[in-house]
Write a protein that binds this ligand. Structure first.
Ligand code: PA5
Length: 447
């Protein structure tokens, strides 16, 4: 089986190969710190050897729970936010039919998401949508106390019990949370829900290969064994024993740090497949929350091409030269369609007749890469042989290990997120949450 591949040729006109190779010792130190757990954040390294520690029995347990929901639900709502939802959404959307939401799927329940916003419209429209559906809920929250998720779950639990009865509700509601603490755990124990534990040493954004990602993905009908196999193979391919220049995660971490040091402060993750939109959202959280601290860090952005070439293309081609691109390039499409010939040829497209649409897409990709490089935008390419579970598993682990190495090379703790508390404190003060009396007074004085 091939591996995903990294190509940094189109970076070398901006930072020299020597500059990138000079990161070898820093990268090796970062890898050593990860392996030995000697750097800040060392209590959150459970993801590092997670793929190789996943057993057949564990996969079977996930599949058995998935089967209960598959048999009893038309719709499964995943309630979670940030690391407790983006991984599952990324993989499910990458593997699903582009029109799944409209076609409906007779074989698999539809997996939808909630608990990642506080929109009254979203939640009331969700309630309306679910009112004649046999639905189940996966309540995912490591802390078990996240407001967005808890709010959605409160509504979903009540609706599920009202519609399906308490007994069925306790069968089709699953909790994925801490082993002992938090409201999600307490409720699960009280109501007798099937539950899974998010390991203490795996942070939310690194948790897609725990039940957080695996259960929703299995419910949606995808092969979690292949996903895990891909991650396991990438764990081997990026081990510290693999020589620097052959280790794609080490080279990715070195290249992006070299670009950052050369003034390229924004990394744009590019795809040419709309199904990868949420893969970019997952990646943005992974890198943004891991590296953006202490007034440092590459700003992770994303675009969907060729769509966004008609909106953001101008900025990328000619705007401030502080960006670089990392392109996710899918080598082979899963379906096939060719451009038909047209007698009148009014659109002038007969020169494309008989060609696969993917060939046109690939030439757009190549043409864009060269144009952007000419315009001063360094380009990294990640080639993915096919969009399937196995290669997505590889991609997940590649980005996770690349992030751990890159964060340590940058000199931050990639495994905390102190900055996300600031908005919560203000929101609770403004909502007069008990215990926030002093903050409430202080914040009101500022309004
Ligand atoms: O990566 C993280 O730690 C965060 O994005 C969390 O996943 C997110 O805030 C949700 O937290 P919780 O799972 O505790 O509800």
């Amino acid at each position: 089986m091939k591996n995903i591949a990294l190509n940094i040729d189109k970076v070398k006109g901006f930072v020299s190969e020597e500059t990138i190779l000079a990161y070898e010792s820093k990268v090796a130190e970062a890898q050593k710190a990860l392996e030995e757990g000697t750097a800040p954040g060392n209590d959150f390294l459970g993801w590092l050897h997670l793929p190789s520690s996943i057993t057949k029995e564990f996969i079977e347990e996930i599949k058995a729970t998935a089967q209960v929901l598959r048999e009893n639900c038309e719709v499964v709502v995943v309630a979670g936010i940030g690391g407790s939802y983006l991984g599952a959404r990324a993989i499910i959307e990458a593997l699903s039919n582009n029109f799944a939401a409209f076609i409906g799927d007779k074989k698999n329940p539809t997996v939808i998401f909630a608990g990642h916003n506080i929109s009254e419209d979203y939640l009331s429209e969700l309630t309306e949508f679910l009112k004649d559906k046999k639905f189940g809920v996966i309540n995912i929250s490591k802390s078990g106390t996240t407001t967005e998720t808890a709010l959605a779950f409160r509504l979903l639990k009540k609706q599920c019990e009202d519609q399906r009865g308490k007994e069925m509700a306790s069968k089709v509601i699953v909790a994925i949370t801490d082993a002992v603490k938090g409201a999600a755990r307490i409720t699960a124990n009280k109501e007798g829900y099937k539950s899974f534990i998010i390991p203490d040493n795996v942070g939310g954004r690194f948790s897609v290969l725990t039940p957080v990602g695996l259960l929703p993905i299995a419910i949606a009908g995808f092969d979690i064994e292949a996903l895990v196999n891909g991650a396991q193979d990438m764990e081997k391919a990026t081990a510290p024993t693999v020589p620097f220049t052959e280790n794609i995660a080490a080279m990715y971490a070195a290249t992006r740090n070299a670009l950052y040091a050369a003034g390229k402060k924004i990394e744009i993750l590019v795809n040419y497949q709309p199904k990868l939109h949420f893969t970019s959202e997952w990646w943005k959280q992974l890198y943004g929350e891991s590296e953006g601290k202490e007034n440092k860090g590459i700003f992770p952005a994303s675009v969907d091409f060729t769509t966004d070439l008609h909106s953001m293309g101008q900025w990328i081609q000619e705007g401030e030269r502080t960006i670089f691109e990392t392109v996710l390039s899918i080598e082979e499409p899963n379906s096939s369609i060719t451009v038909p010939s047209d007698e009148e040829n009014l659109d002038g497209l007969n020169f494309l007749a008989g060609k696969h649409v993917d060939e046109v897409n690939k030439m757009a990709e190549l043409g864009t890469q060269l144009a952007h490089v000419d315009g001063g935008v360094p380009n990294i390419r990640i080639s993915i042989p096919k969009l399937n579970e196995y290669y997505l598993g590889q991609l997940i682990y590649f980005f996770e290990i690349g992030c751990g190495i890159s964060g340590y090379v940058l000199g931050v703790n990639p495994f905390n997120q102190p900055g996300v508390e600031a908005y919560k404190k203000n929101m609770f003060a403004l909502l007069d949450k008990p215990g926030y009396e002093e903050e409430s007074k202080a914040i009101r004085a500022r309004l």
